[in-house]
Design a protein around this ligand. Structure first.
Ligand code: 13P
Ligand code: SF4
Length: 308
């Protein structure tokens, strides 16, 4: 079967099974093309809330599908590849954060959405990379514990000097591997190109950027900008999507190593097989008990309330 033939079958199966496909912008081109909703983690959380289909098939990583399930508990939510997990989401657990809360009860715990549902139950508010700064600024709390990404946390801390923000050492292995040497090399190879980076990159990279933002933020900035050349400091699929969307501009990855294996593990055949398996138990369904949903959802609702 060609890619085109498989995409046509997928479109048909989506209708037959009443399924909406939600794909994070880090997914491959052929998956984004058949998705009903695409975007960054924040946009997909809001989209998941409004889906009218019976089923949601998520192309992304596990915590994203879990978030969709929490926001649409009456729907069946499936993850296109059961092995797609975000390593950052597993770096901290409930016991660690509960112990800090006991020692410092006056600190509000702000959790990046890249965390498990279990960890979210002991946090006060969730944020995504596109909503984090707005939410932290809008919060009354002055003493904050920001988990798990210390790079995103440092970027927020720098812009909120009036708040006491405590960080722990977690983060995204893919973005954190970028250094100022990657920036120097890319800038030397592409003179005059603007550098757009994700705040999961280290401060030494973020400080040199012309724009810092979420995956959707980076895409919007590049599309609206009058500039013609851009170095993209986030997962390399973003440079690829932008090149399709803006053929008159040039997009260069900050490094060829900026690849998230976890996001890239999902393939078009996974989407096809999942849709075939939705009615007969062959697809990977996200199952969560009602109490976990209720407890973990509080901080996601709080994110949507503060960030909306
Ligand atoms: P966004 O919030 O930009 O979608 O990022 C999610 C993510 O996993 C980035 O690595
Ligand atoms: Fe997780 Fe990093 Fe991959 Fe995003 S890019 S899903 S934070 S490992």
């Amino acid at each position: 079967m060609t890619v085109r033939e498989m995409q046509d079958k997928i479109l048909q199966l989506k209708k037959e099974t009443d399924t909406a496909v939600l794909a994070h912008s880090y997914q491959a081109r052929e998956i984004v093309e058949i998705a009903d909703f695409t975007g960054d983690s924040y946009k997909l959380s809001v989209d998941a809330k409004g889906v009218s289909n019976k089923n949601i098939l998520f192309c992304g990583v596990h915590f994203m599908a879990e978030t969709a399930k929490m926001l649409s508990p009456e729907k069946r939510v499936f993850l296109a590849n059961r092995q797609a997990g975000c390593p950052m989401a597993e770096q901290m657990d409930r016991d660690l954060i509960s112990a800090i809360r006991e020692k410092e009860p006056d600190r509000t715990v702000v959790a990046y959405i890249n965390t498990t549902a279990s960890l979210k139950t002991v946090c006060d508010v969730c944020v995504t990379s596109s909503s984090a700064l707005r939410i932290v600024k809008a919060m009354d709390a002055e003493k904050i514990l920001f988990i798990p990404d210390c790079n995103l946390g440092s970027w927020i801390k720098d812009q909120c000097p009036d708040k006491d923000i405590k960080l722990l050492s977690g983060g995204c292995p893919t973005h954190a591997a970028m250094t100022k040497r990657h920036v120097e090399k890319a800038r030397a190879e592409h003179l005059g190109a603007l550098l757009l980076v994700h705040p999961e990159c280290q401060p030494e990279v973020v400080k040199q950027a012309d724009y810092v933002g979420s995956t959707s933020g980076i895409m919007d900035f590049a599309k609206k900008s009058d500039a013609k050349e851009f170095i993209i400091g986030t997962e390399n699929s973003i440079a690829e999507h932008l090149q399709y969307d803006c053929p008159g501009k040039k997009f260069y990855p900050l490094s060829k190593d900026l690849v998230c294996r976890n996001m890239k593990i999902t393939t078009l055949p996974d989407v096809y097989e999942s849709l075939l398996g939705i009615e007969n138990g062959g697809a990977f369904e996200i199952l969560m008990d009602d109490q976990l949903i209720a407890d973990a959802r509080r901080c996601i609702d709080e994110m949507i309330r503060l960030g909306g």
